[in-house]
Write a protein that binds this ligand. Structure first.
Ligand code: BG6
Length: 498
């Protein structure tokens, strides 16, 4: 069923996210006939632009990035629903005019006054926007209608700022109408994690410390600081940019207990318990032992020579911001007692790939340790989040022949061949869910705050302690610093080779 007719207002509409992700997602929903009838999209931003100019800019990007290509006919009818609204973010009059405009669209549509406000501006305007929405009464839904807000990342820069933002949001919208977006939760393969674990009988009985030796989450990116990104990134760093949100969310999905039902709170109750059970690295010494930070130095990626992190555009030449981080995490629950989880994330690694690998314990060696070559490793279940979405299971097999020798083989499932069509982009699913009022794939207030609590200790040790743990280095285009290899070696493990 399609969601109710509504108007989507995007704050920060001239930005990259709107052009590269949000509007192409809405366009693809239009292609698939999933947008509600009479939908209106209003871009709210400060620059002076006409509807025409705004639409042209959107079209240019949609041609480049749209998942299903660009169909002139679909676009020309879709684009009629898009309008531009020029205003400063703190200008009362701009919001008053917006309210009038929205009323007018409601009338055109026969009275349906549902509104979805998408805050995608630079983060320093989040408070202003929320406060002005309230002042203009736009946060209050009309009778029988709804008014909701999607808040983009970054959701704060530490626990205190996240709590403050949560406070401002909660003064303006009820929690059920608040959608803190984390686009990793909208990725098809992330959604499939729960299905893999709970719709199959064979994994869940093994999904614990009796059978699992360790779990790794790798998020590799080959990109560096293109397009002026260094300005934002050098203030954030890998830990805040991706671990606090995307990767801790993936960790929660892998480690959580089965929820009692699939409701938004059913699922989020279990996810937040994982975050609450994380052992805290709350001293500089614990951080030094469990967390490795690094920057890339000049090297080669995809055959091209690239500068080091400190030489990047808009990055401080003496920056102490990490472009790479590797962590050991321990989850103090019955299920996971003693099982290390490892997360690594870095820019300028050899390729773009995000995956989760579950490494099972070795069977007793009594039978095969003595065969030539011995037992070649153990079972590994790999969940490829992107690209080449899929799941593979590594098993040990006998090499055909008269002698007994063993070799690992793989059972492999690829989304592309099994389902034969491209998966929707994360933002498509998430926008639709927000229009339908389903917050299951959005972060709840307590999840965001628990995640920050864990991150804050590490940031504190790095930037405010007397003996900050070292910043290490690796050559761009390689798989990270040797210290990160050492981290696993100490536990008798090694990073999976991608
Ligand atoms: C964003 C980060 O949230 O996610 C970026 O700010 C990162 O630094 C991006 O590159 C990765 O998203 P995806 O979907 O390309 O893996």
């Amino acid at each position: 069923t399609r969601p109710d007719p509504c108007t989507v207002v995007i704050f920060g509409a001239t930005g990259d996210l709107t052009h590269r992700k949000l509007v192409p997602a809405l366009y693809n929903l239009a292609v698939d006939g999933e947008l509600p009838p009479g939908v209106k999209i209003v871009g709210f931003a400060r620059r002076d632009k006409s509807d025409e100019e705004f639409r042209e800019g959107l079209e240019e990007l949609n041609r480049k990035v749209s998942r299903s290509g660009h169909d002139d006919e679909v676009w020309s009818s879709f684009v009629q629903s898009i309008h531009y609204h020029r205003s400063e973010f703190h200008d009362d009059d701009g919001y008053r005019r917006l309210a009038e405009r929205l009323d007018e669209y409601d009338r055109e549509r026969g009275g349906k006054g549902n509104r979805l406000f998408y805050i995608a501006s630079a983060p320093e305007f989040f408070d202003d926007i929320l406060e002005h929405l309230k002042k203009a009464g736009l946060n209050k839904a009309k009778d029988g209608c709804w008014s909701r807000v999607i808040v983009e990342k970054p959701f704060g820069t530490d626990l205190a700022t996240a709590q403050h933002l949560n406070h401002v949001v909660s003064k303006t919208f009820e929690e059920k109408d608040t959608f803190r977006i984390d686009h990793y939760l909208g990725k098809e393969t992330a959604q499939n994690l729960m299905v893999l674990r709970f719709a199959n009988a064979i994994f869940e009985p093994l999904w614990n410390s009796n059978h699992i030796a360790q779990i790794q989450i790798t998020c590799a990116e080959n990109l560096g600081m293109e397009g002026g990104r260094g300005g934002y990134y050098d203030k954030a760093g890998a830990l805040r940019d991706m671990v606090q949100n995307h990767l801790l969310q993936l960790l929660s999905l892998v480690a959580m207990e089965p929820p009692t039902d699939l409701s938004a709170d059913g699922v989020r109750d279990e996810k937040v318990k994982v975050l609450r059970s994380l052992r805290q690295w709350d001293t500089a010494e614990k951080v030094a032992r469990n967390v490795i930070r690094a920057q890339y130095t000049a090297g080669h990626v995809d055959g091209e020579s690239v500068p080091g992190y400190r030489e990047e555009d808009r990055v401080d030449p003496e920056s102490m911001t990490e472009s790479y981080v590797a962590l050991r995490l321990l989850i103090d629950t019955w299920r996971w007692s003693g099982v290390p989880f490892y997360i690594r994330m870095g820019k300028r690694l050899p390729k773009k790939a995000t995956e989760i690998s579950v490494h099972f314990k070795s069977p007793p060696g009594v039978l095969f340790n003595a065969t030539p070559g011995g037992l070649p490793g153990n079972n590994v279940l790999v969940i490829r989040i992107q690209p080449d979405e899929g799941i593979s299971l590594r098993m040990v097999s006998k090499i055909p022949g008269t002698s007994l020798r063993l070799e690992p083989v793989k059972m492999d499932f690829h989304y592309s061949t099994s389902f034969g069509k491209s998966s929707p982009e994360a933002y498509e699913r998430l926008l639709l869910d927000a229009m339908a009022g389903d917050a299951t794939l959005f972060a709840r207030r307590d999840e965001v705050e628990e995640a920050w609590k864990f991150i804050d200790h590490i940031e504190h040790a790095w930037h405010q302690s007397d003996q900050p743990p070292a910043m290490t280095e690796f050559v761009a285009g390689s798989w990270g610093p040797k210290e990160a290899d050492q981290l696993l070696k100490e536990d008798g493990h090694e990073w999976r080779r991608l």
